[in-house]
Design a protein around this ligand. Sequence first.
Ligand code: ADP
Length: 497
Amino acid sequence: RDSEERYRMLFTAMDEGFCIIEVLFDDDLTPIDYRFLEVNGAFEKQTGIQAAKGRLMRQIAPAHEQYWFDVYAKVALTGEPVRFENHAKELHRWYDVYAFRIGQPEDRHVAVLFSDITERRRIEGQLREADRNKDEFLAMLAHELRNPLAPIRNAVQIFRAKSPPVPELQWATEVIDRQVYQMTRLVDDLLDVSRITRGQIELRKERVELAEIVNSAVEASRPLIEKWGHELTVTIPPQPIELEADLTRLSQVLLNLLNNAAKYMEQAGRIWLTAEPQGGGVLIWVKDTGIGIPAEMLPHIFDMFTQVDRSLDRAEGGLGIGLTLVQRLVEMHGGTVEAHSEGPGKGSEFVVRLPVVNGETPQGAARDGETVVSPAARRILVVDDNRDAADSLALLLRMKGNEVHTAYDGLEAIGAVAVFHPDVVLLDIGLPKLDGYEAARRIREQGGGAGIMLVALTGWGQEEDRRRSKEAGFDHHMTKPVEFAALQKLLAESHPE
Ligand code: ADP
């Protein structure tokens, strides 16, 4: 009796709702209702139902969802306890519920322990909404910030080629170049991470050798590593290791890790990049003798915008999304990444695990060399409603010996094609008056339009966009801001008829 008294007190005093119900079935064992046998003090506050004891739920709330009756019936019949969250529309509340059978099975008594979580659900909803807004804002921001960068980079190249040999001017050009490069990197990271978050990145997977991925990352990280006087040791197995992977994206992963190693280390440190086959995959370590990572930060290091020490000299600064990108890209390749560190001052180690392609040897010949032949002079029409972008690209192309015209909207582009008869049209997609897809279609229909090389220039490089531009009659698709070198390469590869 003492014990029962104690438990009764507990249920009366506690702040969660508690009740014992008897589940009522029809002859086919279909649950039709339940009756409240006992309720505790908090029951009324948690449900808004007064004097429930002895009454039937269907009488109290006729529209109470069938779900509730089914769940309690199952507990009563099977004796298996359940925990769930569900909405009760007629009570205008959400509940977190734990239900278990008590007494003899044939009694069909169920004890229900629950709390009203409406407020929590509302706040969670708001948080999700805020998070979505943030992602959308970031994507928009990155997209908008990216556009002005292309003309600035073009203008810098022109300056480089043409500016008189005045040391101050050359210095100023270098400063703009470096800073714009840095800004492009930040904006690209931001754009990448928001695209990945929104599931908008597709990998272009192909068979690649690990060595190729490593080389590309090491090449790209060299300037930063040398700048700080670090020593990099790369050890990869002599036998080829093949991955089914997106070369650019995986190089980006290793590059981010190498750059971090270089950034978060005093001058003249050491970095090791080591790869070894293990199990059905390959392990890649990037290890440094740098400032290390405090143990309490390790679990959060891959979270977006996480930075250990914001007060750090931010000369090589980032936004705290490099490692988020690393993790997401590795996961998209079916791999994992971990961070280890013995603590501040003890260096850091990042371990990437990736699946490899089993067995058979690579097919076909070696990859084409990267030699860029200087393209023959062409007649090129550049179409972009961002005048700076169009004009600067035109000027650069002219400096390479091409004959170049510009147009700033879709209709103008069609007119220009008729008069100028270009060999190549570089056509922006988001254009006023007539968008790039429609302009491309009409250009193809014009006399002589079939032989023109049409290149789409867009801010969005997803599969869907590529498919649409192909349908509209484009031969190629380039994502803005266009790397001038990549454009040169494209022009060189496609010789005029
Ligand atoms: P960012 O470098 O732009 O700040 P990252 O996502 O690449 O963003 O890295 C997040 C944080 O993790 C960094 O700000 C730094 O504090 C820490 N970190 C990353 N790599 C290392 C490393 N190799 N050694 C020490 N700390 C590191």
